[in-house]
Design a binder for this molecule. Structure first.
Ligand code: ZN
Length: 119
């Protein structure tokens, strides 16, 4: 299994002639190409990525909620008196925060850097 260099989804590696695939589907290879081209057009550096303000705000907010949930859980489970029910509720609280984060679609407009080896 490899992970798609665009969306991060795992995909099965096929053996055969040519370079190993880096993308789960041709459209993701195309989007990565377009994002690199846009980065070159904008002069985006090799370690820079351009995402929308909406995606940035959503990511930052979801990360904050996850951090707060982790702190809540740490407090709730400290002291050695937590019950099984407390643990179940803690996991549900954390899972909810993780799902919020997973629901955010972040698709970069531009990704700096050279084209990856293997297309
Ligand atoms: Zn993909």
């Amino acid at each position: 299994m490899r992970r798609c260099a665009w969306c991060g989804a795992p995909f099965a590696v096929t053996t055969g002639p040519g370079r190993p695939r880096r993308y789960c589907r041709p459209s993701h290879r195309q989007r990565a190409y377009e994002a690199r081209r846009e980065a070159a057009r904008r002069g985006i550096g090799p370690n820079e990525v351009v995402i929308s303000r909406h995606a940035w705000d959503a990511l930052r907010d979801a990360l904050y909620r996850l951090e707060a949930a982790a702190e809540d859980v740490a407090v709730d489970l400290t002291g050695g008196k937590a019950t099984k029910r407390d643990y179940v509720e803690a996991i549900a609280h954390l899972t909810s925060a993780v799902r919020d984060l997973q629901s955010i679609a972040v698709e970069p407009h531009a990704v700096g850097g050279p084209p990856p080896a293997g297309g």
